[in-house]
Design a protein around this ligand. Structure first.
Ligand code: ADP
Length: 711
């Protein structure tokens, strides 16, 4: 019970104390300057009050001391005058009278002497007055009686206690003054004179009686004014010092506030970056855990939904057969509404992201003129749009679209982050698409022939191992390496950056090699599909050129020589690009200094295009060959000033795994698949390739592709 009771009381008190503590802490942190100013003003006021009090006490005690001394001196002077002057001269017949000024040879009585002396002193100390008054004044003294309350009280008090002075600080004639009264007592010499004087109003005086009061009135206004002036100076000094101090403090606090705000912002940014990183890591692990495209997309949607529940997502993917963009998956929006709408065309924003291979932003899709179906976005309540292309090895597989439900300006960091997410998704999608194709190939082959079945099973497993076991970790290495390089895990120093650069380059080489092996395997199995589309040759070359924008680490110049009026060709742009990429990469690899010239020009026939592939796999007939010979074509040339190729090696370099120098100690990397792919792809496009070279001088590779579609 007792415990309960004590808790019952302690609880609210503690809560109140905690609240008060919080309020004080809040005040100190949030209103520091205001608090300091108030405290400073209070401090100045208290100091001034204290100083003024102190100085008035000092003024008073100084005045009291001086006046008491003066009063004593005056009493002594009167006593001395009475006993040593008046008594002596009187015996010589000299008259002692109050009226001494009008009588020759007379001297003043002690009281008159004191009053006159007081007047004299009053001229030296301005405002000071000496008063003698009594309850029994002589009739000739007009102002000899008490004139005000102080004087009446002084007479009363001093009669009771003659040895104790009676004083008060009060305004006298409008000036702050010290009024200091002492008792005037009857002495032996005075009593006889007073009792016998014909005009004396009282004649029964005895020794020691209080005859009256001697009062000294000392004005204090000049001393008070001096003190006030001093106080004013002190106030100005204190205020100046305080303001300077406050100003300094305000500066320091301002600086500290800024620093702490910066720190807070950094912590927030770092926390947000870590949260994004964790989300990325989780998404990456999840989407690379399977090679089934459907599952990859489902997991991607699930993970995005969990990490960013307020964002709607659409995935557009290019169909590998038809080349058309299709709606593949979505989350946080009505899937049926999105997928079942009839669209007249692919939305412009999606097309723009695909074509530029860069993120595309629209602040409000409900009003943006590029939006195809604004009504849909209004229905779904979706406003701001970010379309990030799913790019892998310069090829856009599709677009990942992020949509917010309120107008939102996507920041640079958000776009970077979502682009990283899209890059990871692109890798996973690409892997699963490749795997699915390979699996299909394996199944087809398996059906055709008993004997092939076994070897295809081996090939299937091999491809599966390559696709999954090699590509998946490589994807992660490239993803994490990129994030490390971008500073996602904290700052990276120059040495680490260099190391990461090497690591990423090697990994990308390895990935390229694995991709080449997969391509060669597909070519060998006859499952490489031609994806024809209308290809603008100028854009294709511009695109290719932009991938070589970064400076090379050797003394080599890339010269791009092509006309801006190159035509469009109906061909497989991806394969044509790969052909040129392989040739340019080789030229750069085998040339230490000089030039690599890439040229393209349209030629009119006659020129042979070799044996173009036909849809049914039949060789071209004689007439078709004839027509081909005269058809216009486009000729691409990649010429370098590198090491060249010996004449006897020229016929074999297009074969699989053939290299001029295949020794373990060769100076150049590679496995001898690049030119084989070039030749195979060229032939698939109905074109032909030739090579010419002079060792030590350089090589020229020429690829000719027909302009007209091949039927
Ligand atoms: P690799 O991966 O070895 O480059 P490629 O199939 O692309 O394989 O080339 C096969 C070989 O042809 C190379 O190893 C090299 O010996 C030779 N070669 C190709 N292009 C050039 C070039 N531009 N200059 C000199 N040699 C070349």
């Amino acid at each position: 019970m007792a415990l309960n009771a004590s808790f019952g009381i302690g609880g609210p008190i503690r809560r109140v104390m905690a609240k008060a503590h919080d309020a004080v802490t809040h005040l100190i942190h949030e209103r520091t300057i205001l608090l300091l100013t108030v405290m400073f003003c209070a401090g100045v006021a208290a100091t001034l009050w204290h100083l003024s009090h102190l100085s008035s006490t000092l003024v008073k005690s100084g005045a009291l001391q001086g006046t008491s001394l003066y009063s004593e001196s005056l009493t002594e002077l009167r006593t001395f005058y009475n006993s040593d002057v008046v008594e002596r001269v009187r015996s010589h017949g000299i008259e002692v009278t109050h009226d001494y000024a009008t009588k020759r040879g007379a001297i003043p009585i002690p009281a008159t002497f004191t009053i006159e002396f007081g007047k004299h002193m009053g001229q030296r100390v301005p405002g000071m007055q000496i008063r003698l008054y009594s309850e029994y004044p002589f009739p000739f003294r007009k102002d000899g009686g008490p004139r005000d309350a102080f004087e009446r009280e002084a007479l009363l008090q001093l009669r009771k206690q003659p040895d104790k002075p009676f004083f008060r600080f009060e305004d006298f004639q409008g000036r702050p003054s010290l009024r200091y009264g002492t008792a005037v007592q009857m002495r032996a010499g005075c009593v006889s004179c007073h009792n016998s004087h014909p005009e004396s109003p009282k004649t029964d005086w005895s020794i020691g009686d209080v005859r009256g009061v001697q009062e000294i009135i000392r004005p204090l206004d000049s001393a008070v004014a001096e003190t006030r002036e001093g106080l004013q100076d002190t106030f100005v000094l204190l205020a100046a010092m305080g303001l300077a101090g406050l100003g300094g403090l305000a500066l320091v606090i301002g600086r500290m506030r800024r620093t702490s705000a910066e720190l807070e912002q950094r912590v927030t940014e770092r926390t947000a970056a870590e949260a994004r990183l964790a989300a990325l890591r989780e998404i990456n692990v999840a989407i690379t855990s399977t090679l089934d495209l459907h599952r990859v997309l489902n997991i991607l949607m699930e993970k995005i939904d969990v990490s960013f529940p307020q964002i709607a997502v659409q995935v557009w993917l290019k169909d590998r057969q038809s080349g058309k963009l299709e709606r593949a998956a979505c989350c946080n929006l009505d899937e049926a509404d999105w997928k079942e709408r009839q669209l007249t065309d692919t939305p412009s924003l999606v097309k723009a992201a695909m074509a530029s291979k860069r993120p595309v932003v629209a602040l409000n899709v409900q009003t943006d003129p590029r939006t195809l179906d604004r009504e849909f976005y209004r229905r779904q309540g979706l406003v701001s749009y970010l379309g990030v292309p799913l790019v892998i090895q310069e090829e856009a597989l599709g677009v990942l679209v992020f949509l917010t439900r309120e107008e939102h300006q996507f920041t640079k960091e958000e776009i970077e982050f979502l682009s990283t997410l899209a890059a990871q998704a692109a890798l996973a999608i690409h892997n699963s698409q490749n795997y699915q194709e390979t699996a299909k190939l394996a199944t087809n082959l398996g059906r055709s022939n008993e004997e092939l079945e076994r070897s295809n099973k081996v090939k299937d497993e091999f491809l599966s191992v390559i696709s999954h076991e090699l590509r998946t970790p490589l994807t992660s290495i490239i993803g994490y390496g990129g994030m490390l390089q971008d500073g996602f895990f904290g700052d990276v120093n120059r040495e680490q950056e260099k190391g990461l650069g090497v690591l990423l380059n090697q990994t990308k080489d390895l990935l390229a090699l694995i991709n080449s092996i997969l391509e060669v395997t597909k070519i060998g199995a006859g499952t490489m599909v031609l994806e024809k589309e209308e290809v603008d040759l100028k854009s294709l070359l511009d695109d290719l050129r932009s991938t070589y924008d970064t400076p090379l680490d050797k003394d080599l110049t890339l010269i791009w020589d092509y006309d801006s009026h190159l035509p469009s060709v109906s061909t497989d742009g991806g394969k044509l690009k790969r052909i040129l990429q392989n040739l340019v990469n080789n030229a750069i690899k085998f040339t230490d200094k000089g030039n690599v010239t890439i040229s393209a020009r349209v030629m009119e026939g006659p020129e042979g295009y070799g044996q173009p592939a036909t849809d049914d796999g039949q060789e071209a007939t004689a007439e078709r060959q004839q027509s081909l010979l005269t058809a216009p074509y486009v000729e691409f040339r990649v010429a370098d000033t590198g090491i060249g190729i010996p004449r006897e090696a020229l016929p074999v370099i297009f074969e699989k795994f053939r290299q001029v120098d295949s020794t373990e100690t060769r100076a150049f990397g590679g496995v001898g698949l690049g030119l084989h792919i070039v030749k195979e792809f060229t032939e698939m496009l109905g074109g032909k390739i030739s090579a010419d070279s002079e060792p030590g001088k350089g090589s020229v590779f020429t690829v000719s592709i027909p302009l007209e579609p091949q039927h």
